[in-house]
Design a protein around this ligand. Structure first.
Ligand code: DHB
Ligand code: MG
Length: 224
């Protein structure tokens, strides 16, 4: 029981039951992940709430998300920014964007969220070209090989003081392997090296266990 995935799940269920109530819209959004091109990839409820709390603690009102899927994290973020806030979420697949838009409608936040469909790098470049106001908080949770590109885009779309969170940085432990031939591993390793080398960025990374198994995320603070 101890140190097993089953125990991690039980503890997560207990924490979520105790501290992270989900309304029907959040439950439906989470479960509708099954109808996307990447079932099971949405964040856990306690991680969704952490993202929301980081937005609230930093006073974020403009949020950019790479990777919408069913919009589960998007609902958490959109509720966190309040009715004067805005979330822009970038999604490759129209099928997923449709699922997400229905969930955002159900959650009562559709009017404060733009889901932009297409390769996230292209959408981000368009935001830069259109002179988007800086975002206060960025959540990078899309295709992992593109993490370095999404970090670069985020730097063009943020300001000193902005916070960037990058999901799924553990890769089942393979993140420690410099010779990995998995492009997702290299996408994580390169983005972490880029963060470390950038004097404008300060960061940490945490491993997590829980309802989604073993994983982790990076939190980055833009200081300059
Ligand atoms: C994967 C991607 C995610 O964003 C996630 O949260 C879990 C898994 C994946 O690429 O497998
Ligand atoms: Mg993820």
């Amino acid at each position: 029981m101890y140190e097993s995935e089953e125990a991690w799940r039980e503890v997560d269920a207990y924490f979520v039951d105790t501290l992270v109530p989900e309304d029907k819209a959040l439950v439906n959004a989470r479960e509708s992940g099954r109808r996307t091109t990447m079932p099971q990839a949405e964040v856990a409820p306690n991680q969704g709430k952490l993202l929301a709390m980081l937005c609230q603690m930093t006073g974020a009102t403009r949020v950019l998300e790479f990777g919408t899927l069913a919009g589960y994290s998007t609902v958490w973020l959109a509720r966190a920014v309040g009715d004067k806030g805005r979330v822009t979420s970038l999604e490759l697949e129209e099928q997923n964007a449709e699922v997400a838009r229905a969930n955002l409608e159900d959650a009562g936040v559709a009017d404060r969220v733009d889901v932009l469909v297409g390769p996230a790098g292209d959408s981000a470049r368009r935001l830069v070209k259109d002179g988007a106001e800086p975002y206060d908080f960025v959540f990078i949770d899309a295709d992992k090989p593109s993490n370095p590109e999404y970090l670069r885009a985020s730097l063009a779309l943020t300001r000193p003081g902005s916070v960037i969170v990058i999901d799924n940085v553990v890769r089942n432990g393979a993140v420690t392997d410099p010779d990995s031939d998995d492009a997702r591993v290299q996408g994580v390793r390169t983005v972490l090296a880029d963060i470390a080398a950038d004097p404008r960025l300060d960061a940490t990374a945490l491993q997590t266990v829980g309802s989604k198994g073993w994983d982790g995320f990076t939190v980055v603070r833009r200081t300059g």
